[in-house]
Design a protein around this ligand. Sequence first.
Ligand SMILES: C[S@@+](CC[C@H](N)C(=O)[O-])C[C@H]1O[C@@H](n2cnc3c(N)ncnc32)[C@H](O)[C@@H]1O
Length: 265
Amino acid sequence: SSIPHPGPPLPPSLQCFIHPSPVRYPGPPHRRGQLKPCYLLNAASLLPVLALGVEEGDRVLDLCSAPGGKALAILQTADPALLCCNEMDPHRRDWLAKTLESFIPQSLSRTVTVSNQDGRIFGQSEAGMYDKVLLDAPCSNDRSWLFSGPGGEQRGAVRLRERARLPTLQTQLLRSALAAVRPGGVVVYSTCTLSRSENQEVVEAVLNTSPGVELQDLEEELALPLQEHFTFTPLGHTPSLGLLVVPQQGQTWGPMFLSRIKRIH
Ligand SMILES: C[S@@+](CC[C@H](N)C(=O)[O-])C[C@H]1O[C@@H](n2cnc3c(N)ncnc32)[C@H](O)[C@@H]1O
């Protein structure tokens, strides 16, 4: 069924539909040369896209883009001059390419490019080139454990080792994202974890060590108008380092953390 449109900050061009019960719903299959009618997304994944606030003619970078759900949502909110979808992992890049092929009409194919850089050095190679950068960072994403099949214990040990390295990686990616944006432009940092060390602490570390950047408040712009649809949890820090959506019974969206930083000079 269609979600009753809540009005601003959701642009009317962003069409959302919701399954009446919280089931895992099969997506439409990939068919070469055919566009798909809908993309399945956790509704909280729209929040970083809304926070990015893409406007017509913007140059936009999606620094960690696969499988491409947020890139598609960006294209539903506005007509950017450029959307560069970057993904370092080759398998996930193939997945991203399939997503783009399945959803993006020919008329937009010149607007959207795919690149394969390590996001940690992207900001050096294309310094100041973008108006908006989305950093939807790799994170511990504990929700995905639910769907990872058998052999969970062994994979669990690997995941715990990888998890220890994530805050450093996320910090490097966020610094790079801030280097890629022009003065006056914004970076949205998002994760789908509840982990404080991957969320607030990454944002705080970067703010404390990056001159010429400013944290932006998302409370009035996003949390207040959308509080009926998402459960936002206070982060106990003033000003708030971001918004955190926590899944609740009957409101299963999230987890999703998002924070917006503006580059002043
Ligand atoms: C949370 S996922 C992105 C989801 C995507 N934004 C979407 O909405 O579909 C994070 C992605 O970052 C990629 N990644 C991890 N390390 C990276 C790096 N150093 N540079 C670029 N991408 C990286 C991962 O392969 C993964 O595809």
